[in-house]
Design a binder for this molecule. Sequence first.
Ligand code: FAD
Length: 444
Amino acid sequence: MKRNITIAGAGLVGSLCALYMSKRGFNVSVYERRNDLRAELITAGKSINLALSERGWSALKKVGADKDVKKIAIPMYKRIMHDSHGNLSEQAYGNPGQAIYSVSRAELNAIMMEMAEKNGVNIHCNQKCIDIDFEKTSATFEDTNTLRQKTVTSDLIIGADGAFSAVRSQMIKRKRHQFSQHYIEHAYKELLIPANEDGTHKLEKNALHIWPRGNFMLIALPNLDGSYTCTLFAPFEGKDSFKELCDRERIQTYFKKVFPDFTTLLPDLTEQFFTNPTSSLALMRTYPWHVNDKALLIGDAAHATAPFYGQGMNCGFEDCRVLDELLDKYENNFENCFKEFSKVRKPDSDGMQDLSMQNFIVMRDKTADPKFLIQKKVEQKFAQRYPDKWIPLYSIVSFTNISYADAWNIGMKQEKLMQTIMENPNITEIWDSDEIMEEMLRLI
Ligand SMILES: Cc1cc2nc3c(=O)[nH]c(=O)nc-3n(C[C@H](O)[C@H](O)[C@H](O)COP(=O)(O)OP(=O)(O)OC[C@H]3O[C@@H](n4cnc5c(N)ncnc54)[C@H](O)[C@@H]3O)c2cc1C
């Protein structure tokens, strides 16, 4: 008999997971708290577009969703840095042709919901998970319109209900179940650069734009309609914080001084600043990710992170691919599969979270440092000359499926070696020389 799976959350990861599970031949029902986003565009103050990279693509490809997603994806081949005088510099993300992709969150989500439904998945919207009984493998949902409750019993409950997961909150009530949450000192606010009147982009389209300013930064990712979704990351309190930006005059003065070229692109900057929410960012960790063969966490429910490497969703998509592989390995034995899933994914998602926080410093601070840009050029050159000996950390994370835990370890070793190379007093003159390549070869 076909086994029944209940998934809480039809977000990015829940929808992809539903597609994976239905392709395995399970009966899948998904319960989503919100309205159907295909009926109205819901962003809930979250980022409107996201960067999709190799891990995400690999997971989409395995269930044949990559081709439809490609149609809505804009390749970004490089970062373009905007300094405080409006001067631009740039850094390729990888080898020629390698890119990360800007995609609309809502459209991506809609594509996967659509594919899941075509594959037999039942999606129930306006159904909020409010309770779980792990012994009975049952989940209780409340209709957000009528407040009527119903309890659904199945063979497995998957919690794909995001950073504030209701499934996880029931799991961590159990004995010795670990959980931690860490709010970082920075918050974010989204702003929109509109398209030109003819629908073209106001900035170079195939790039991720960054305004790095030390302790804070602004980024912009292109949308298909010619606009850019921009995100200001700044501290909640203190110097140059959201708290300081409390009236029109201060906002105008701040943006004109700190982001002069950006300010000219948004005629309604202050209105947007007041209208759009200021949102917090937190890292959540929990262990294990399962209860016997009854329940499993996936995506942000298991490993919500700060968005500085653009890997939260990519990691959640990778969860789906790895889960599928482990179900093959254990011939659909849930308990054995979930034990290994928790064990292998936890260090990887920890690595992903550590990488995210480390990349915040790179983006907001180091991309404005000419010496750092030279370091990256040296690494790129060495990687091109000796591809079997060196893959730059950014490329490992964004253009391979090497585990995040390994990526973190490799990255730390590479950084140590590069510090020795960068200590050379003449590095700015001789970075392009064979001498530096040989020195790296000797040190590696
Ligand atoms: C500013 C910002 C920028 C980001 N940029 C990137 C990026 O560039 N690249 C990247 O890979 N990641 C990025 N992320 C991370 C990415 O958004 C998340 O990792 C991703 O959305 C996780 O997907 P999910 O399905 O696990 O959770 P969610 O997207 O949060 O989806 C959870 C779903 O569950 C539903 N739900 C919640 N509670 C319940 C309940 N009780 N009952 C039923 N349903 C419920 C929600 O309504 C939602 O639909 C970014 C995040 C932020 C905040």
